[in-house]
Design a protein around this ligand. Structure first.
Ligand code: UT7
Length: 333
C-alpha cells in the first residue's frame, strides 16, 4: 500500500517592528477613541515600521528563525513563497530578496497576492508542491508593511492595519501528521470591498493620483465584516469535513486576526469555546497575510500545540478571497 506524502509544519518564526503604536497615540492623530477601537475591533496596540524599514527586513529574520527551529539548512529549501500585498518592490519578488538574505541557493522563489488570505493560499501552494513530489522543503512566509499604504486621515482603516511577518517550514513526511485538508476560494465581483488601487498599471502613480491618495487602503468595512463571518465559517466547516473531522475534534483555532468580533462570531457558530480559539489582535492589530503565521508562532512558543492536536486556520481578505486548512500537528518521529 502506498503511503501518502504529507506537508508537515516543522518550524515557525516571526519578526515584528519594535515601534508600538497604542490607541492613545491614534487618538492624537484622528477623531477616534480607545473605547471605540477596543470595543469595535479588540485592538489595543499594534506594531508599525519606521519610515526606513521594509518587508524583507522582517520576512527574512522570521524565515531564518523558522529554519533554525526546524534544524534545516537554507540550501535544503526547494521553494520560498512570500504572501504579501506590500512587497519591497513591484518587481523583483520579495521572495527573491529573502532567498538572497538566507543564501537559500537551491530555492525557487515567488510572491503571492491574496490579501489577508495570502498566507493560507501560500500554505496550500506549498502543500501541493510537496504532495506532488515537486518539493521536499518549502518556506511559507506571510508579511506586510501595511502602514506604508495607510491613509492616516482615514479613521476607519488606520486604527486596524499594522505591520509584521511570520513564517513556517513545510517538510515532506509520510506519517499521519501534517496538512490534512485545505481549501481556497475567491469572488472577484466583490473586488472593490478592499483595495489599494494605485501603483499598478490601471492607476499609475502621478502627482494627481497621489493627491487623491490612490496608493492607500480603502475598505468597505461594514459590508466586508458580514461576508467575512459567513465565509470563514463556511470554509472552516469545509476543511474540517474534508479532514474527516467534526468541530469538536478541533483542539486549536488560529484565525486571521481581522477583528475580534469576527473571530468571536465564527468561534460561536462553530461551537469552539474561548480556550480553543487563539487571539493576539489586542497587541498586533490586523497584519493581513502576516497575521496567521505570527499567531501560530505565538502558540508554538507558548507550547499550546501537542503532537497529534488538530489545528484549524481560516482567513478572509481582499479579492475577495477566503481559505482554510486543518493540520494534524507534529512531524514524523
Ligand atoms: O482583514 C480582512 C478584511 N477586513 C475585515 O475583515 C474587516 C471587516 N470590518 C471591520 O472590522 C469593521 O467593519 C470595522 C472595524 C472596519 C468598522 O466597524 P463597524 O462596526 O463596521 O463600523 P462602521 O463602519 O459601521 O461605522 C460605524 C460608525 C460610523 O459613524 P456613524 O456613521 O454611525 O456616525 C463611523 O464613522 O463608527 C464610525 N467610525 C469610527 N468612530 C470612531 C469608523 N471608524 C471609527 C473610528 N473611531 N476609528
Amino acid at each position: 500500500m502506498s503511503v501518502k506524502r504529507r506537508a508537515q509544519i516543522v518550524g515557525t518564526g516571526a519578526a515584528l517592528p519594535a515601534r508600538v503604536v497604542t490607541n492613545a497615540d491614534l487618538e492624537k492623530m484622528v477623531d477616534t477613541t480607545d473605547e471605540w477601537i477596543t470595543t469595535r475591533t479588540g485592538i489595543k496596540e499594534r506594531r508599525i515600521a519606521c519610515s526606513d524599514e521594509y518587508l524583507s527586513q522582517f520576512a527574512s529574520p522570521a524565515a531564518r528563525q523558522a529554519l533554525e527551529r526546524a534544524e534545516i539548512e537554507p540550501d535544503q529549501v526547494d521553494l520560498i513563497l512570500c504572501a504579501t500585498v506590500t512587497p519591497d518592490m513591484i518587481t523583483p519578488a520579495t521572495a527573491c530578496f529573502i532567498q538572497e538574505d538566507l543564501k537559500a541557493k537551491n530555492a525557487a522563489a515567488f510572491d503571492l497576492s491574496a490579501g489577508c488570505s495570502g498566507f493560507l493560499y501560500a500554505l496550500t501552494t506549498g502543500q501541493t508542491f510537496i504532495e506532488a513530489g515537486h518539493a521536499r522543503t518549502v518556506l511559507v512566509i506571510g508579511g506586510e508593511i501595511l502602514s506604508r499604504f495607510i491613509n492616516w486621515d482615514d479613521r476607519s482603516t488606520c486604527v486596524i492595519f499594522a505591520d509584521g511577518a511570520g513564517a513556517l517550514v513545510l517538510r515532506a513526511g509520510e506519517g499521519e501528521r501534517g496538512v490534512l485538508a485545505s481549501r481556497m476560494h475567491s469572488d472577484g465581483a466583490l473586488a472593490d470591498f478592499i483595495t489599494i488601487a494605485g501603483g499598478g498599471s490601471r492607476y499609475p502613480i502621478t502627482p494627481e493620483s497621489l493627491e487623491r491618495k490612490v496608493n492607500t487602503i480603502k475598505m468597505r468595512g461594514n459590508e466586508t465584516f458580514k461576508v467575512a463571518v459567513r465565509s470563514i465559517e463556511d470554509v472552516s466547516r469545509e476543511v474540517i469535513e474534508a479532514a474527516g473531522l467534526t468541530p469538536d475534534q478541533i483542539d486549536l483555532f488560529v484565525p486571521h486576526q481581522a477583528n475580534r468580533r469576527i473571530i468571536d462570531a465564527v468561534a460561536q457558530r462553530l461551537g469552539l469555546d474561548a480556550e480553543r480559539c487563539y487571539l493576539n489582535i489586542e497587541k498586533t492589530g490586523n497584519t493581513s497575510a502576516a497575521s496567521i503565521p505570527i499567531a501560530l508562532n505565538d502558540v508554538v512558543e507558548a507550547g499550546r500545540l501537542r503532537p497529534d492536536d488538530h489545528l484549524l486556520m481560516a482567513a478572509f481578505g481582499a479579492g475577495l478571497t477566503w481559505a482554510g486548512a486543518v493540520v494534524r500537528w507534529g512531524r514524523d518521529t
